[in-house]
Design a protein around this ligand. Structure first.
Ligand code: ZN
Length: 540
């Protein structure tokens, strides 16, 4: 049988039959990964190595899409040929194939090894920037892996299922580095165990295909469902890499142990219900805390969810002259970080819980600065913050420090130290909630609440950014939150990765004075976001 080669396909030819290797297959859901199926995408390769994109429309996804598997060879006939689509082209080819009701797909019995496994069109690292948000093509890059992160759980704005990412740093032949962030199933699928020997430490040259250039605190490549990778590929462009890195060793931390933390439970930390936790004496909590699984049921508008942290030492800054000031560093440089409070429930009880910046970023899915920018006077609760309600997590918790200086024999607030598992958005909130923690002495009263809500300093942030600094006549009372913040300050030290931990007792003295006017900054310097390794927690 004579098969048509991909370059010879023309729209007029309805009788072409192709024999192709399915190099890639993924479900395209548009910008949102949890959106409805738009179509199934395929990258097909003929025996001469030409690639073409093929599309199975949504209505045929089940019937035709289920027949075709990645890494297999098929004979395909009765399809439609058109010009390539305008966006998200996986290959550089001006035509594409559409499957129709009539399309016939036959698995090929022979498996000629002559078929190329992949097609690619390399983009040099220094040109990637020009492709940010221009999604005409998926991008392909080649580099040597220098770092691989563990799986990290993420909460996202657009994603409702539990999600993880994995970050890979690669460098090119000129030692320019680039971050590749793999998402969800792609993150889980990325494994080096079979290709990397920790004793030999041989560098791994990797071809990544199907990425998109994004910008979040610098350019990075986003690897979603279309992304694939090929270790030590036998391609012309890789030859200089093999030559240059032949005698070198690259130590990679293959973090399968760390991943266990997210994949399975921490074995030495006991899991308890919220009801059980809230019955315990604060001193009965072990140092490592307990695990609990809770759904966020409410984000109280009463709590200030951010604080100004000194960029040098991470402590909470004090307001001064309309700006902020770190009395330790004598510095006015600060960044805004989370100290997020919410109500969590597991059906046995409801508990007030809080977390600092590192955990909160995972819960919210965005940096504190980003979320603060959404605040307006009309909408004081930013949408990104509101959307965390109904997200479910397994947390590792301890008793908040605040509890220990109070009279209560039970924890008033649970402090989240880490996220053990992400369970995603829940359709319904836990039933039969019995409120154990109510408005304790640490919770501001209703009136204060409304004031805070209405005149949150974040609105003054907003004003600042538009240079309207005049509105200082309003009253704000932060005293109740201020105590928490000062106690927490050291936890968010910029360099700390596990920042949300123990609080040194000597910091307790430092109490932020009551604010009588909205804090503002007199310097209009751009806000700095500290943790530059943090990816944007969304996939598009
Ligand atoms: Zn400082």
């Amino acid at each position: 049988m004579e098969f048509t080669l991909i370059p010879d396909l023309v729209p007029q030819n309805r009788h072409a039959v192709i024999k192709v290797y399915v190099s890639r297959k993924w479900i395209f859901r548009g910008a949102m990964d949890n959106g409805p199926i738009h179509h199934i995408d395929l990258v097909l390769i003929d025996k001469e190595g030409h690639g073409i994109c093929a599309e199975i429309p949504r209505n045929l996804a089940e019937e035709k899409g289920s027949i075709i598997e990645e890494n297999k060879i098929y004979e395909i006939s009765r399809f439609r040929i058109s010009s390539a689509r305008l966006m998200f082209k996986p290959v550089h080819m001006d035509k594409m194939i559409h499957f129709t009701y009539h399309t016939i797909i036959n698995a090929s019995l022979d498996t000629p090894p002559a078929f190329s496994r992949y097609v690619y069109h390399l983009t040099p690292f220094d040109q990637l920037e020009s492709y940010i948000q221009k999604n005409e093509y998926f991008l392909d890059v080649l580099g040597v892996i220098t770092q691989v992160s563990a799986l990290k759980p993420v909460g996202t704005h657009t994603q409702e299922s539990s999600n993880v990412i994995k970050e890979i740093i690669i460098k090119d032949i000129n030692d320019i580095t680039m971050r590749v962030t793999l998402w969800a199933e792609r993150a889980r699928a990325f494994k080096l165990e079979n290709v990397y020997d920790p004793l030999e430490q041989k560098p791994i040259v990797t071809l990544f295909v199907g990425c998109l250039a994004k910008n979040f605190q610098g350019i990075y490549l986003n690897g979603g469902t279309a992304c694939r990778w090929y270790f030590n590929p036998d391609i012309r462009e890789a030859a200089p890499y093999y030559q240059r890195f032949e005698s070198q060793k690259i130590k990679l931390h293959i973090s399968s142990e760390q991943e266990q933390l997210y994949v399975t439970k921490e074995t030495n930390v006991e899991h308890k219900t919220l009801h059980e936790l809230l019955e315990l004496h604060p001193y009965a909590f072990p140092k490592q805390g307990y695990q609990c699984t809770a759904t966020i049921i409410e984000v109280p508008t009463t709590s200030r969810w951010w604080f100004p942290a000194c960029t040098k030492c991470g402590r909470a800054c004090k307001p001064q002259n309309g700006g902020y000031y770190c009395p330790y560093c004598k510095s006015e440089a600060y960044i805004l970080r989370y100290k997020l409070t919410f109500m969590g429930s597991d059906g046995t009880a409801t508990a007030q819980m809080f977390c600092f910046d590192t955990v909160a970023q995972h819960v919210v899915g965005r940096s504190c600065e980003t979320v603060l920018k959404q605040v307006t006077e009309a909408a004081p609760i930013p949408p990104d913050l509101a959307q965390i309600v109904s997200l479910k997590f397994t947390f590792r918790v301890t008793v908040s420090n605040q509890t220990f200086s109070q009279r209560e024999q039970r924890p008033t607030v649970l402090q989240i130290n880490s996220i053990v598992a992400v369970h995603g958005r829940q359709r319904s909130l836990p039933k039969g909630i019995q409120t154990i923690i109510d408005q304790g002495p640490s919770t501001p009263n209703k009136e204060a609440t409304l004031k805070l809500l209405k005149e949150s300093p974040s609105t003054s942030m907003e004003r600042l950014s538009t240079k309207l600094l005049t509105d200082v006549g309003r009253k704000l009372t932060y005293s109740t939150q201020a105590e928490d913040i000062t106690k927490s300050q050291i936890l968010d030290a910029p360099q700390e990765t596990n920042a949300d931990k123990e609080v040194p007792a000597d910091k307790d003295k430092e109490i932020e004075p009551n604010l009588r006017s909205p804090p503002k900054r007199h310097k209009q310097e751009p806000l700095i976001i500290k943790d530059s390794t943090e990816p944007e927690h969304r996939q598009e």
